[in-house]
Design a protein around this ligand. Structure first.
Ligand code: AMP
Length: 496
């Protein structure tokens, strides 16, 4: 009897202590659940909570932790972006991750992968339909309009760096949370602006020790495209049976996007398709030629890629993508990026950067008609290359000056200006300029707004003489110096 009672007591004590041991864990989970609900998170997005059985929610597909071992690369990429963007006179801007979903659907376009398949969209707690930014341009345009930036001296040049979200199919070089270095230039329809953006992206990669090749195309204005699209649609209809299911669907909805298909089986048909360059107006052709001439002048290597159209709806005229130069890449580049490949066929590479001109978007989103151009560069893909490279580039541009303004007079001087800006920038000089403006007065006014101490003035005569004028902006005193001595003169004056 006593034995039986002792057994019962022991059993009760055991179950009570087991219960007590479990209680804090259960309480903990309940508390966390409350927190999760209060934070408006879904259960499967919950904070990492260790339950009684030790079940740890896993890292979501396509998401990555940045660990201490990654940080030196991130830092290097971020600082290189910051240096280059600021040296070219871009101002940093951050827009929110969440925006009204319609901002993205209206800008990027309904027939695109990003909108149809990849955007994270949900109703916010107040019922607003919101989207997590899948790219920077739409937010930058919204900010440009909502902060009245068209009243500032143009072009307004903005750069951003941060994460974006696309529910892409995760694979090497493609994540659902990705990061980009992004630059936009608003307010100038000028081939020099397109070329400058390409040079910024190209130099950013070169400063990181990555040799690249730029692919160029022009998709003309929307008027140029009207006749071309009729021709293209006709061609694609006749080749329908050779195309993948996605392409078949796009023939009527968004034929231009068919050209962008990454499916290997479609490539031969698409390579044979009518080319948009043959349908460009004289004005668009000339514009494109000028962009290419600037690139020649700046010694930026490029190839023409007639099927390059970019995935988004808002582009007009210049479009470009940048790839690691295959002749310098020792390793296997990640495959099949969201933005095409340098050579169709074997050894597909992912684009590191994509961009182009979008002259209609500001107007379409309710702002004053404003031409614009920009690029986005994928940070994770750059990281992969940096990791792959045994040696890191030590080339650093340190600069601690408020900058100088570079003014030009006449077409010949304008051409020379780009190259000189390039050389000075390499020497660490922070430069502001406005290649879109032609009148010296307007340029000097802009120089005053940038509050620089000195303006460099290059006219026709100076181009021929090999000289340049340095103007002290406070006293108005100007001196003529030999272009070869410009760097040392500036060093004396600005202590760069
Ligand atoms: P896009 O905004 O699609 O033109 O892409 C610009 C650049 O961002 C690409 O060239 C890639 O380097 C990078 N990128 C685009 N999508 C992804 C992704 N899902 N994961 C990682 N990087 C990406």
């Amino acid at each position: 009897m006593l034995k039986k009672s002792m057994k019962k007591i022991k059993k009760t004590v055991k179950s009570v202590s087991k219960k007590r041991a479990e209680e804090p864990a259960k309480k903990n989970i309940q508390e966390e659940k409350k927190l999760i609900l209060a934070a408006g998170l879904e259960d499967d997005e919950q904070l990492v909570v260790k339950g009684p059985k030790g079940k740890l929610p896993s890292l979501l597909r396509g998401m990555k932790d940045v660990l201490p071992k990654d940080w030196p690369y991130w830092k290097k990429i971020y600082h290189t972006a910051e240096n280059i963007a600021e040296a070219y006179g871009f101002g940093y801007m951050e827009t929110p991750v969440l925006e009204e979903a319609s901002l993205f659907t209206r800008s990027i376009g309904r027939g695109t992968d990003i909108i149809e398949k990849e955007m994270y969209v949900f109703d916010d707690r107040d019922g607003t339909r919101v989207g997590m930014r899948p790219e920077f341009t739409a937010g930058a345009v919204r900010a440009y309009i909502s902060h009245g930036m068209h009243t500032l001296p143009q072009p307004v040049k903005l750069w951003s760096f941060g994460q974006l979200f696309r529910h892409d199919r995760p694979q090497a070089g493609r994540y659902r949370q990705l990061h980009q270095f992004n630059c936009e230039s608003f307010g100038a329809h000028d081939p020099a602006v397109d070329a400058e953006l390409i040079v910024v992206a190209y130099n950013f990669l070169r400063d990181l020790g990555i040799e690249t090749i730029v692919q160029m195309n022009s998709i003309g204005t929307s008027e140029d495209r009207q006749n071309y699209l009729v021709e293209l649609t006709g061609y694609l209809r006749t080749k329908r049976s050779y195309l993948c299911e996605d392409c078949k669907k796009r023939i009527t909805r968004n034929p231009l996007r068919v050209l962008d298909c990454k499916n290997e089986s479609c490539r031969p048909t698409l390579e044979e398709a009518p080319q948009i360059v043959d349908w460009l107006s004289e004005a668009s052709k000339n514009y494109f030629m000028k962009v290419l001439e600037f690139l020649d002048e700046l010694e930026v290597p490029y190839t023409l890629k007639p099927t390059l159209v970019r995935g988004l709806d808002y582009y007009t005229e210049t479009v470009f993508e940048i790839y690691e130069d295959p002749s310098t890449s020792s390793g296997q580049a990640p495959s099949a990026g969201s933005t095409g490949s340098p050579q169709a066929g074997a050894g597909q590479q992912s684009a590191l950067c994509g961009g182009g001109r979008y002259d209609l978007l500001v107007g379409e989103l309710g702002g004053p008609p404003t031409p614009a151009c920009g690029f986005a560069l994928g940070v994770e893909r750059v990281m992969t290359i940096l990791r792959r490279k045994a040696e890191e580039n030590k080339d650093k541009i340190e600069k601690e000056s408020g900058g100088v303004f570079f003014a030009h007079l006449g077409e010949q001087a304008r051409r020379r200006t780009l190259k000189m800006i390039e050389d000075l920038r390499r020497d660490g000089v922070v430069l502001h300029h406005s290649l879109g403006k032609t009148a010296l007065k307007a340029q000097l006014e802009l120089a005053n707004k940038f509050a620089v101490a000195y303006t460099l003035i290059l006219g026709q005569k100076e181009v021929q003489d090999g000289t340049i004028i340095i103007r002290d902006m406070e006293s108005g005193i100007q001196e003529i110096v030999d272009q070869k001595k410009l760097k040392s003169e500036l060093e004396k004056k600005t202590k760069i």
